[in-house]
Design a binder for this molecule. Structure first.
Ligand SMILES: C[S@@+](CC[C@H](N)C(=O)[O-])C[C@H]1O[C@@H](n2cnc3c(N)ncnc32)[C@H](O)[C@@H]1O
Length: 308
């Protein structure tokens, strides 16, 4: 009797077939598509993957590399959001914990100082697991009625995933299309728009806190500082959160996400595009803090701080 094909191998077949189809339609992304096909082919066995890690991974041209979720493949974007939300929930390794802790501290400071509304913007919000955890903690503190949270994401698939994720904590997600004013009612809102376009179009007053988590490696290197300048103009405090390169932040996901090819792709390919501690210190000086686990850094700047 022929051996049954595992769901993981079926998923790998499906991803590779979709990438091959895309290759014909999108010649500009040829390099990144071919490297992704090689990545998923390598996942067919532990030995092939180890070979990819020590060989092909080291030769990647990271400036031309993209993750599976960067391609126009809605099915795999949704899959990544579901898996990312699930992986971000547990206390260990606490993928988003340092950011949520920092945001809670700043929110408490703002609610003490102003007593009025607190306006948050999450750029590249994806499945909004950060905001779900944040809202739950604000509920415990009794300050959710003063909170406006805006999730901004360019992906059309993010809204449904975020709405489902937030609904698991009884939080409604509303679509916001008017960028000229803030909604009157506190709550969680979603704007489907590119970050740069949002920074230029938003005319609804300054955000108390504006942050992005695991967004930067999706933005081409040459455009990052310009994006930051534009975003800093529309907020009082600006927070950057992302992973940095450590051996543990590469090996950890390989072990925990081996059965989830899409999540593993996001973790490993973004790792190749991340900066190391030394580079981050040289880029940001003392304003950067490191957290291990989960192998992430955090940088907070207020409106009056000079740009790095
Ligand atoms: C890896 S996910 C991170 C999701 C979430 N912030 C978190 O940390 O769990 C990156 C998200 O950024 C979004 N994104 C990438 N480039 C963007 C851009 N230029 N403008 C807005 N969103 C963007 C993607 O659609 C995706 O949802």
């Amino acid at each position: 009797m022929p051996k049954a094909i595992s769901p993981r191998h079926l998923e790998l077949d499906e991803i590779i077939a979709d990438l091959r189809e895309l290759e014909a339609a999108d010649p500009e992304a040829e390099y990144a598509i071919q490297e992704n096909i090689a990545f998923f082919e390598a996942q067919r066995s532990v030995v092939k993957f180890a070979w990819w890690l020590v060989g092909r991974r080291r030769r990647l041209d990271v400036s031309r590399m993209l993750e599976l979720s960067d391609f126009a493949l809605p099915k795999w974007q949704s899959k990544l959001y579901e898996e990312l939300a699930r992986a971000s929930r547990p206390e260990f390794p606490g993928l988003v914990r340092p950011l949520v802790d920092e945001l809670i501290q700043l929110i408490e400071m703002h609610s003490g100082n102003q007593g009025g509304g607190i306006y948050l913007a999450s750029i590249g919000c994806g499945p909004m697991e950060i905001e779900r955890q944040l809202f739950e903690r604000c509920r415990v503190l009794g300050i959710e009625q003063n909170l406006w949270i805006f999730g901004i994401d360019s992906s059309a698939m993010a809204f449904d995933c975020a709405a489902k994720n937030l609904a698991s904590s009884g939080i409604d997600l509303c679509r916001q299309t008017d960028l000229r004013r803030r909604p009157k009612v506190p709550g969680v809102y979603f704007v489907q728009i590119d970050a740069e376009h949002f920074a230029h179009s938003w005319d609804g007053g300054n955000f108390s806190l504006l942050y992005h988590s695991r967004l930067l490696h999706h933005v081409p290197k040459g455009q990052r500082s310009e994006l930051e300048s534009h975003l800093r103009r529309i907020c009082d405090s600006y927070i950057e959160y992302d992973d940095y390169q450590t051996a543990a932040s590469l090996i950890g996901p390989i072990i925990t996400a081996w059965r989830q090819p899409v999540l593993l792709n996001g973790a490993v390919i973004s790792w190749t595009r991340d900066r190391g501690k030394v580079q981050l210190r040289s880029d940001y000086g003392d304003s950067v803090q490191f957290f291990n686990p989960p192998g992430a850094y955090l940088r907070v700047n207020s409106r009056t701080d000079p740009e790095d």
